[in-house]
Write a protein that binds this ligand. Structure first.
Ligand code: ZN
Length: 534
């Protein structure tokens, strides 16, 4: 063979070999096994039932300003229940249209146990004045101000949105993030629903058959439509980040800029010396996410402050070591994460009045007791000690929502009325200690959200058997150049076409390597897995 021809063959081959070695090295570095895969330590973490039981206990101990509703929805054989705790630190009142409304969602993805732990800690903290005072210890003036601000808020907390997915995780499928029948609750929303990235993996982010095909998302959308929150906070794990819209394009929405300013201040005050990043979901996380709850809350429901917070991630974890990847393992790690992000939530409360949509809110001038029920016991903890400052409103201000036989439950939702309801939706109430649940239909269009019987935080055990769709054996998404071995098959037949093929494939090989290198730069790839936090 002519030396030039030889060179023409050898050079691309060398390039090809170099690319292949690079790819192999890269794969080796990301798939290096750990000796053991971590399992959840249930002396550190709560089991699902324990956590929900604690939530019920907290609510029952504070009937004056806390109540819980359980909403359920059935689709065919699939049942889902979403529990929602309402907290009015200033006491139940009918002046909801004047208050600032926050909707906080925990446990949307099954494998992110740490998320629901933060939800539980938040409820414990909001249960008493002392709890809130303890968030910024030694800063009394700050605590007083925080108390005043909280007195003007209504907070709805979903301690565990995705109970079906969480059940699968506790049954051993530690990498499961989807709901009880294999749909990702954070891809089932309408904004840009169903768009698939080149590396789309149905095991990870199957969006369902249509927007809102899933009971969990349907219930949450309905709740949000009625409650009309000013603040939406969706708590996940997989990395440390505070994200604002958009998730489906790699830019910060113009109207989200003021909320990003707030994130930057939270970052400065609470997140220094962490790996936490601030930005839009689409740009910061390293991949675009389509059909997310946060994009819907912001774009369709016009929630002015809409965030996804990622509260923990172990980038070094093996790609199948999911518990370690998404959750701190030991007690100290858990405590550290929870305390930091609890402070972040309270810092957000402090900063809410700086947002243009909230700075002139009447909420900040409401009396500290916020009203109270007919017998006065419905005042919240933000009232001055001794009740001297209690401003008793007229009786229609509502009672204590969840006291047995305590009359009508208060209305919430900014006086909003239900715009549409689903015929299978029901609201369940039960009394603590009772295993029976009574289900009352609340499906009349135009009815108010919180009507129905007085509820004592339900301990209803939703025993829906979940049919799983989608397998758990998620694989890493790094694509290997697979057809190398076939490249030489035509070599002897036609040298010229073979040369062209080799050159072409060498270019493909190099591009593949460069692509992998670039992927390695984003947090998800750096972790060596295709697992997604958002
Ligand atoms: Zn998540």
């Amino acid at each position: 063979m002519h030396p030039l021809r030889q060179a023409a063959v050898i050079v691309p081959l060398l390039l090809l070999v170099q690319s292949a070695v690079g790819v192999r090295r890269r794969l080796a570095s990301v798939t290096e096994p750990r000796a053991t895969f971590a399992l959840p330590n249930f002396t550190v973490y709560h089991r699902q039932d324990e956590l929900l039981r604690e939530v019920v206990d907290i609510v029952n101990a504070n009937p004056g300003f806390m109540k819980m509703d359980a909403f359920s929805e059935r689709d065919g054989a699939y049942d889902a229940e979403v529990k929602v705790v309402t907290i009015e630190p200033g006491g139940f009142t009918n002046r909801h249209h004047e208050k600032v409304r926050m909707l906080l969602d925990f446990g949307e993805h099954g494998r992110e146990l740490i998320s629901s732990e933060l939800g539980l800690l938040l409820l414990k903290t909001l249960a008493s004045r002392e709890g809130v005072l303890g968030v910024f210890p030694g800063e009394l003036d700050r605590a007083q101000e925080l108390r005043r601000l909280l007195g003007g808020t209504i907070i709805k907390v979903l301690p565990m949105e995705n109970e079906g997915g969480r059940r699968l995780v506790e049954a051993g499928r530690l990498c499961e993030r989807k709901n009880g029948r294999g749909v990702d609750p954070n891809r089932n929303w309408e904004v840009d629903w169903g768009t698939k990235e080149p590396d789309y993996d149905p095991n990870e982010e199957y969006p369902g058959t249509a927007p809102f095909s899933e009971p969990e998302t349907k219930l949450l959308r309905q709740l949000a439509e009625e409650f009309k929150p000013h603040v939406w906070l969706n708590i996940h794990s997989g990395m440390e980040a505070m994200l604002a819209p958009w998730d489906h394009v790699a830019e910060i929405a113009l109207e989200a800029r003021p909320s990003v300013d707030i994130l930057q201040r939270i970052f400065q005050d609470v997140m220094t010396n962490t790996t936490c990043v601030v930005g839009s979901g689409g740009k910061t996380v390293g991949y675009l996410a389509h059909g997310t709850a946060t994009d819907y809350m912001f774009k369709i429901l016009k929630v002015p402050i809409a965030y996804t917070w990622e509260i923990y991630g172990d980038f070094k974890a093996h790609f199948d070591d999911c518990f370690r990847m998404f959750n701190p393992l030991d007690e100290e790690g858990v405590k550290d994460v929870l305390q930091r992000w609890l402070r972040a939530i309270m810092r957000l409360v402090e900063l809410m009045p700086s947002h243009p949509a909230l700075k002139d809110s009447k909420a900040w001038t409401l009396p500290s007791s916020g009203g109270g029920g007919g017998d006065g016991s419905a005042s919240g903890w933000t009232a001055e000690a001794g009740g001297a400052e209690l401003t008793h409103q007229h009786g229609s201000d509502g009672g204590q929502g969840n006291v047995q036989g305590g009359g009508t439950a208060p209305t919430t939702g900014a006086g909003a009325t239900t715009s549409s309801t689903t015929s299978t939706t029901s609201k369940t109430s039960s009394t603590t200690g009772s295993t029976t649940t009574s289900t009352t239909s609340t499906t009349t269009a135009g009815s108010q959200q919180e009507d129905g019987p007085a509820t004592t935080a339900g301990a209803s055990s939703s025993s829906s058997s979940s049919s799983s769709g989608g397998s758990t054996d998620d694989q890493p998404r790094i694509a290997v150049v697979a057809s190398v071995k076939d490249w030489g098959s035509n070599w002897n037949a036609q040298l010229s076409s073979g040369l062209l093929a080799v050159l072409g494939l060498a270019v493909v090989g190099m591009l593949a390597y460069r692509c992998l290198s670039r992927q390695g730069e984003d947090p998800r790839r750096a972790r060596g897995s295709g697992y997604q936090p958002v």
